[in-house]
Design a protein around this ligand. Structure first.
Ligand SMILES: C[S@@+](CC[C@H](N)C(=O)[O-])C[C@H]1O[C@@H](n2cnc3c(N)ncnc32)[C@H](O)[C@@H]1O
Length: 220
C-alpha cells in the first residue's frame, strides 16, 4: 500500500485492526513459543498494539517499526507512559526505559545492524497488511534484516477474496509455505475457522466466513 493510505487511516482514526488488548493467539501461544526466554522481540508494522506492552511486561526488550507518528505517540500516551523522542532519518525513535522502542518510519529502510540483537519476531496483521504484489518483498526484507536462527510467531487471515478487498488481505496457508519455504523451518500450528457468524465476518460481509492461522517459523 502507499504510505499515504496508512497515514490517512491513522489521521481519520480508521483503525479497525487495532485490538486494544492482548491478541488471543499471542496470549495463548507465546509462552510455549518463547519458553522462558526474555530475548528481544521485533514487531514489524506494529501500529499501537497493546501486545508490545504485554511482551515488555513478560521481560522482553521490544522494538516495533511503524510508519505513522500518530500511532507511535498514541501508543505511549494511551498507556500514560513517557518516551524520549529522537528525531532522525530514516527513523525517529520513541524510547521507553531503554528496552521498549518504537521506530517511526518505513520497514523497508531497516538494515541488519538495526535488528542484530533480535531473536524473536511477532507478526500480527503485518504480512496480511501487504497487498499480494508486496508480500514477497516484505518476506525477503524481513529475512534480510533478522539474524539467522530468529523465530517468528506469525498470524494470518484467509477469506474468499471475491467477497472483500483488503487490507487485511487474504493469505492462504499454502502461500505462507510458498513465501517462507527454503529460508525457514515452518510449523503450521493451527487454523481457526471464524465462521460466517463471527463478528469479523459479519462486519466485513464475509458470507463464506474466514479463518485465522498461526505459524511458528525459524530462520535457517
Ligand atoms: C493492519 S495494521 C496492524 C498494526 C498492528 N500490527 C496491530 O496488530 O494492531 C498495519 C500497520 O502497518 C503500518 N505500516 C504499513 N506499511 C508500513 C511500512 N512500510 N513500514 C512501517 N509501517 C507500516 C500501518 O501504518 C499500520 O499501522
Amino acid at each position: 500500500m502507499e504510505h499515504q493510505f496508512w497515514h490517512t487511516r491513522w489521521e481519520k482514526g480508521e483503525i479497525g485492526f487495532h485490538e486494544g488488548t492482548v491478541n488471543k493467539y499471542l496470549h495463548d501461544h507465546w509462552p510455549e513459543f518463547s519458553g522462558d526466554s526474555t530475548d528481544a522481540v521485533f514487531v514489524p508494522l506494529c501500529g499501537k498494539a497493546h501486545d508490545m506492552w504485554w511482551l515488555h511486561d513478560r521481560g522482553h526488550p521490544v522494538i516495533g517499526v511503524e510508519l505513522s507518528e500518530v500511532a507511535c505517540k498514541d501508543f505511549f500516551e494511551e498507556a500514560q507512559e513517557k518516551a524520549k523522542v529522537h528525531p532522525g532519518e530514516p527513523f525517529t525513535t520513541f524510547r521507553h526505559d531503554d528496552d521498549l522502542e518504537l521506530w517511526c518510519g518505513d520497514f523497508f529502510q531497516l538494515v541488519p545492524d538495526d535488528l542484530k540483537h533480535v531473536r524473536l519476531v511477532y507478526d500480527r496483521a503485518a504480512l496480511i497488511a501487504m497487498p499480494p504484489e508486496m508480500r514477497r518483498d516484505y518476506v525477503q526484507h524481513l529475512t534480510a534484516v533478522i539474524p539467522d536462527g530468529t523465530r517468528i510467531l506469525l498470524i494470518t487471515l484467509d477469506y474468499d477474496s471475491n467477497e472483500m478487498k483488503g487490507p487485511p488481505f487474504n493469505v492462504s496457508d499454502q502461500e505462507v509455505f510458498d513465501l517462507f519455504e527454503g529460508d525457514y523451518e515452518i510449523d503450521h500450528l493451527l487454523t481457526n475457522d471464524m465462521g460466517r457468524d463471527s463478528p469479523f465476518a459479519k462486519r466485513k460481509g464475509l458470507r463464506n466466513g474466514a479463518t485465522e492461522s498461526v505459524f511458528y517459523l525459524k530462520k535457517n
